[in-house]
Design a protein around this ligand. Structure first.
Ligand SMILES: C[S@@+](CC[C@H](N)C(=O)[O-])C[C@H]1O[C@@H](n2cnc3c(N)ncnc32)[C@H](O)[C@@H]1O
Length: 542
């Protein structure tokens, strides 16, 4: 039975099913019996703007099952049985867990109708939240939900909801210490100001901002870590009274006032992994006053070709397993090429010796104060280097830094090779086909990074070497090598002993010193800030 209610939009839909039972308990709402048959009503409707599914027998009864369609999925077990997995909160609303509900149908047609209604209500159940109190969650489907797969988001916030992972970041003293210095040394930017901490995690940056004299800090955090942040902040009452923790996504929460300054740590591997920079930009557009400050202010991705025979052989050797022709009587070689491809598609995360770089780095600037969110969906960087040695190039090495453009002090947080190691390390894209270069030879190419729904990027890298020497004009491109990488699936190679010489030679210094980097900016706004990176005091700090 469908119940169309007044108004242009259908506000309610009712269907019947045979039986509904809770997987985690033996309770069921109804089942058919030989004596009396009483089917269960499944009602789809909006409750306070949220699409909801309610199962009941007697509409007046309280003994019903209510399901929030936003967090539910329906799977077909067979033609007359399905399972609905949904998230429920406990009575204190502090913890949420998954619940499975089995739904049985009398016939296949009933199942089909139910699935169709479920899908439609789930899709259309994205409604504008009405008159939201300040600092609470909006119920509408947000920009975040539109572009990020639910399963990815669930794992992501589960990860950040755990103290051990927050501790890992807090124990990166290069990171946390640089944030602390950047905030405290720039008190002038915080005193008496309203601050929003974008993705507050444990609340550490909110506490730093309060220490620097902020009038009020709104700490927005989507994961369960928000509860821990509340606890930490309550335990530091002199600062905590000026901090409000808001649990929810930056894209969805409403705040009572605009911020004078945003503070955030949205950087992932290669700066862009996790796609949290987009959240930071959205926070700017939603919460920041015009010309408000952002800490950090801009980020740069640095890139240089590298030569590392050991790394290349290590990766190539991983696929050797698949060259066995008699593995318990089975020939594995048909999968060798696929294995090779898979291993080379993993960007390598480790801390490498900067002497592996074979040309001065170039940079791509992302100015957080002016970049549009959409600019981060696809990042295209033309590459052009001049080889410094006669050597084999195995791929492209990348790292990043961010600038805190404070009114008093400009501070850089760098993840450069040779600088004190951070939990981001550096990243290298290894090409399956190395390229030979001579000193002075030009290396060109393209680094094309395309965002995907699992909060990361697909990376397409091409490097090419032109003919060189007498008669080069006729030669054109001599060698070219390309590869596709998934930034979400890196090879963490940190077990290698990292023995760096304390004194780097002149070449290395030239290759990685941020002051020498020729900015190949696609964002002109960044260049001014780049004029004086002399306050780059990571070295000072450690
Ligand atoms: C890299 S951690 C930084 C945590 C903390 N600010 C710090 O510096 O230690 C990023 C945090 O942002 C949160 N986060 C990511 N995306 C978010 C979003 N869209 N809305 C709210 N919080 C988000 C994550 O759950 C995580 O706790």
């Amino acid at each position: 039975m469908e119940v169309a209610v007044a108004g242009q939009k259908q506000k309610q839909q009712e269907l019947t099913v045979a039986c509904v039972s809770n997987l985690s308990s033996s309770s069921s709402i109804s089942s058919s019996s030989s004596s009396s048959y009483s089917p269960v009503t499944a009602r789809f409707n909006f409750n306070s703007g949220v699409a909801e599914l309610r199962f009941f027998q007697d509409s007046e009864s309280n003994e019903d099952l209510r399901i929030d369609l936003r967090t539910s999925q329906l799977f077909k077990l067979n033609s007359v049985e399905s399972i609905c997995v949904c998230e429920v909160s406990d009575t204190t609303k502090e913890k949420s867990y998954s619940r499975g509900i089995t739904v049985r149908f009398r016939e296949e047609e009933e199942s089909r109708a139910f699935h169709s209604a479920f899908d439609q209500w789930k899709k259309e159940g994205v409604v504008q939240g009405s008159c939201l109190p300040n600092g609470t969650l909006s119920v509408g489907k947000s920009k975040f939900d539109d572009k990020i797969e639910a399963s990815s988001a669930k794992m992501y916030f589960h990860y950040y909801g755990q103290l051990l992972h927050q501790q890992n970041m807090l124990q990166d003293y290069v990171r946390t210490g640089t944030y602390y210095a950047a905030v405290i040394e720039n008190r002038a930017d915080f005193v008496g100001r309203v601050v929003v901490d974008v993705g507050a995690g444990s609340g550490i940056l909110s506490l730093f901002a309060a220490q620097a004299g902020a009038k009020h800090v709104y700490a927005v955090e989507a994961s369960e870590m928000a509860e821990y942040a509340r606890k930490l902040i309550a335990g530091n009452p002199s600062l905590g009274q000026r901090i409000t923790v808001i649990k929810g996504k930056v894209e969805e929460v409403e705040l009572p006032e605009k911020a004078d300054i945003l503070i955030s740590e949205p950087m992932g591997t290669l700066l862009i992994n996790e796609r949290m920079l987009e959240t930071y930009i959205i926070a700017r557009d939603r919460f920041l006053v015009p010309n408000g400050k952002m800490f950090p202010t801009l980020g740069r991705i640095h890139m240089a070709p590298f030569s590392d025979e050991y790394l290349y052989v290590e990766i190539a050797n991983k696929a050797l397993f698949w060259q066995q022709q008699n593995y318990y009587g089975v020939d594995l070689t048909p999968l060798h090429d696929s294995a090779c491809k898979a291993y080379f598609s993993q960007p390598v995360v480790d801390a490498f010796d900067p002497r592996v770089l074979v040309a001065p780095a170039i940079s791509h600037v992302i100015n957080f104060t002016s970049t549009k969110e959409e600019d981060l969906y696809e990042i295209d960087v033309p590459l052009k280097f001049t080889a410094a040695a006669n050597i084999r190039i195995h791929g492209l090495a990348c790292w990043f830094d961010v600038l805190f453009n404070g009114s008093t002090v400009q501070r850089w947080l760098t993840t450069a090779p040779g600088a004190p190691t951070t939990h981001w390390y550096q990243l290298r894209c290894v090409l399956p086909q190395p390229l030979y270069v001579m000193p002075g030879q030009e290396i060109t190419g393209r680094l094309h990074m395309v965002a995907h729904h699992a909060q990361s990027y697909t990376i397409y890298l091409t490097l090419a070497v032109k003919s060189w020497g007498p008669g080069a004009e006729q030669g054109g491109v001599l060698q070219q090598s390309s590869c596709k990488f998934d930034l979400k699936e890196p090879y963490y190679r940190m077990s290698q002993p990292q023995a760096y010489p304390l004194a780097q030679d002149q070449l290395t210094h030239h290759l990685i010193n941020t002051q020498d980097i020729q900015i190949q900016s696609q964002d002109d706004d960044g260049s001014d800030l780049m004029q004086n990176p002399s306050q780059n005091s990571d070295a000072e700090f450690h």
